[in-house]
Design a protein around this ligand. Structure first.
Ligand code: BGC
Length: 246
């Protein structure tokens, strides 16, 4: 089936129509920059602009950076508090003119990697981590997702650990790749104590530059970059739309 996938990040909304059977984008993705934090009106306008760009009137899957329960948003750290506890299906449905469904952004990226990317065929425990403005996490066992895992919010020195180790922190603090990778190692050490995954897939923009920093990583698990890279969130949002209807 064909679903418009939209991946919502802390600095941009990105979308493209997706063929859920093949995981392919049916057109080049369209990206709309937003402010951080992003006012609700601006974000909804960005979603509308993406739908309009593709002249889309069909189903819309949204990967959203918070816990999502029954299409409702939970606490939203990085996008802005004005997005909290909203009926996302109604808001994004009105904005795009299609039937919208929401899922957590990292869950979306994980679904895509498990079906078409680095996790394909893995039956053991697989942890997807997205390193961007925040840190997203999604855990799979025997190919099934345990939704809404929030490892980026593990407390570290009194703050969520994503404020110590996300990709945005590297830029903000001007850290070298090595300095930042050592922080990622602290994070990996904590999550490995909690869930002992066999495979860790790392996504987000920094996964494209894995040659610069993967050499510094230390983990018990095998750590690999996401195969779909920046597209995982878009493809996964479309897959989640389809799965929710089953
Ligand atoms: C949010 C998660 C999200 C992650 C990546 C965190 O701040 O709480 O829900 O998956 O950022 O966007």
């Amino acid at each position: 089936m064909k679903v418009l996938g939209i991946d919502i990040g802390g600095s941009a909304f990105k979308g493209a129509p997706v063929d859920t059977k093949t995981g392919r984008l049916l057109a080049e993705r369209h990206r709309v920059e937003v402010d951080a934090p992003c006012p609700t009106v601006q974000g909804l306008a960005a979603a509308r602009e993406i739908a309009r760009h593709f002249q889309w009137h069909g189903p819309v899957g949204i990967g959203f950076p918070s816990v999502i329960q029954s299409n409702r948003t939970g606490p939203v750290g990085n996008l802005g508090r004005n997005w909290e506890k909203k009926d996302g299906a109604a808001l994004f449905g009105r904005a795009t003119g299609g039937k919208a469904r929401l899922c957590n952004d990292a869950d979306a990226a994980g679904l895509a990697e498990m079906k078409f990317g680095a996790g394909k065929g893995h039956q053991g425990s697989v942890l997807m981590l997205t390193l961007g403005t925040g840190i997203g996490s999604a855990l799979f066992f025997q190919g099934r997702l345990m939704p809404n895992l929030e490892f980026g919010h593990i407390p570290w020195k009194g703050k969520p650990i994503e404020r110590f180790a996300s990709a945005a922190v590297r830029k903000r603090r001007g850290l070298s790749w090595r300095e930042w990778a050592l922080r990622v190692n602290v994070f990996l050490g904590v999550v490995e104590r909690l869930c002992s995954p066999e495979l860790i897939i790392i996504g987000g923009g920094v996964s494209k530059k894995s040659d610069k920093w993967f050499k510094y990583l230390k983990a018990q698990a095998r750590v690999v970059p996401a195969k779909l890279q920046n597209e995982a969130g878009i493809v996964g949002a479309a897959l989640a739309w389809e799965e929710a209807g089953r």
